[in-house]
Design a protein around this ligand. Structure first.
Ligand SMILES: NC(=O)c1ccc[n+]([C@@H]2O[C@H](COP(=O)([O-])OP(=O)(O)OC[C@H]3O[C@@H](n4cnc5c(N)ncnc54)[C@H](O)[C@@H]3O)[C@@H](O)[C@H]2O)c1
Length: 429
């Protein structure tokens, strides 16, 4: 693209930072990436991609001449006015967001009327205002600030960057807001230009709403199990209502990942800290925790106890097409199963390396059939296409028992049953 595109800095080269960097490089910007993780920077410089995200490797390779990686923020400050912040904001013990990485970045930026901090990290509403108070104390009033929350989904992050549903820019109407709007303009997405606090809240409220939709359909699934209805049919009927829509109405074993759990918690705590008890979110969180454990009761019901039983988990990542294991339902499942005396084998086409850092006592298999060999029961945890397409006759031959629990309602129940296996989904007849 044209050489007059604004160069940018991207601070933090994780899922959001790398995709943002590669995306803006694709649109023609020179991008100066900064990360404190020297090993990561080294591997990015060598052309390696430290995360699994479809299309990202190709996008980075195609734009490698415009992408620069460093552990030193100086090069970003020298070449770019806009510094996109994409560092992690994990939960603290209290459920509030840990903003220490955000503060470390803010502290590293000197007083400058020529620079702006553009916040991509998900932060509580009020963070922009708090940072500006700190800038004031540090004599850095001239530094501009923009809230530009990120809505990409792991697994389709590149596509989401290039074709966003909307771009949200919260600012004071100064040069920095204009510059961010201009950067996104070629994508032609609907623009929500608003104040900083509202932009921050759009992000938290969006994730909380999606999580609410998931917990809602999971509760409907649980009622379906008591009443003989099939939640897949129910969701189909509900989703055709334009006011409801079909997405995020897939019942299953709960949401996970690096965003929903922490952002829902952060919004609940934010409300609590400001004196409001957000009852709905309390229920959303509790329903999700219980939902992960419902698989255990299903296994117990069919197997009559788990001591000495062999259970195969198919899929470990929190959703397909990512290697992200943060808050994955598989973590709770594998721990609970082992605590109840079961032997657990597991297979994931991509997330094994990440899973090995978080999961103990599990036998990692090299293929789905290897995982189900001699198993008394199989649980589909992540609906990778490879797992959904499993040959259930071969699986039945390899298994010792006959139980298949479809934790994502993604399998062909007829094919499973035709193989002589017992199929049980979530909220299915
Ligand atoms: N992952 C998602 O799907 C997603 C989607 C939307 C928004 N977000 C938000 O974006 C933010 C980043 O998420 P992520 O998943 O990309 O995180 P991540 O953990 O994958 O990446 C964060 C990166 O920041 C680096 N970092 C930490 N402190 C730093 C510092 N002081 N200077 C430079 N680099 C530093 C880390 O080394 C790491 O590489 C979070 O606030 C998250 O909530 C994430």
């Amino acid at each position: 693209m044209s050489a007059d595109r604004e160069p940018i800095g991207v601070i933090g080269t994780g899922y959001v930072g790398l995709v943002t960097a590669a995306g803006f490089a694709e649109l023609g910007s020179e991008v100066f990436c900064v990360d404190i993780d020297a090993e990561k920077v080294q591997s990015l410089r060598a052309g390696e991609v430290p995360i699994y995200e479809p299309g990202l490797r190709e996008l980075l390779a195609r734009n490698s001449e415009r992408l620069h990686f460093s552990t030193d923020i100086a090069s970003a400050l020298e070449h770019a006015r806009l510094l996109f912040v994409a560092v992690g904001t994990p939960p603290t013990y209290s459920g509030d967001a840990d903003l220490s990485a955000v503060h470390a970045v803010a502290d590293a930026i000197p007083a400058s009327k020529d620079h702006a901090l553009v916040m991509k990290s998900t932060v509580p509403c009020g963070t922009g205002a708090a940072l500006r108070r700190i800038f004031h104390q540090q004599g850095k009033d001239s530094l501009a600030y923009v809230s530009c929350p990120e809505f990409l989904k792991e697994g389709s992050a590149v596509e989401d960057f290039l074709h966003p549903d909307r771009v949200v820019v919260g600012d004071d109407g100064d040069w920095a807001g204009e510059a961010v709007v201009a950067l996104y303009a070629p994508l032609g997405a609907p623009l929500v230009r608003t104040d900083i606090a509202s932009a921050e809240m759009v992000k938290l409220a969006s994730n909380a709403f999606l999580a609410t939709k998931i917990s809602f359909i999971n509760e409907i699934a649980n009622v379906c199990e008591q009443t003989g209805a099939d939640v897949v049919e129910v969701a189909r009927g509900m989703g055709l209502d334009e006011r409801i829509g079909p997405r995020f109405l897939q019942a299953g074993i709960g949401y996970g990942g690096s965003c929903f759990p922490k952002d829902v918690d952060a919004l609940k705590q934010l409300a609590g800290n400001s004196g409001y008890h957000f009852q709905l979110l309390t229920a959303v969180i509790e329903v999700n925790e219980l939902q992960k454990r419902r698989v255990i009761s299903k296994l117990q019901k069919h197997l009559g106890g788990l001591v000495g039983k062999r259970v195969a988990l198919l899929g470990l990542a929190f959703k397909p097409n990512t290697d992200d294991m943060r808050e994955a339902s598989s973590l709770v499942l594998s721990a609970r199963l082992q605590a109840d005396g079961a032997h657990v084998s597991a297979y994931d086409p991509v997330a094994e390396e990440q899973a090995r850092k978080l999961v103990t006592g599990v036998t990692f298999a090299t293929s789905p059939l290897d995982a189900v060999r001699d198993a008394d029961a199989v649980v589909l945890v992540t609906e990778w296409s490879e797992l959904v397409a499993l040959d259930w006759r071969q699986a039945a031959d390899a298994m010792a028992g006959t139980l298949v629990i479809d934790g994502r309602n993604a399998l062909d129940a007829h094919a499973v049953r035709a193989a002589g296996l017992t199929y049980e989904g979530i909220g299915r007849r």
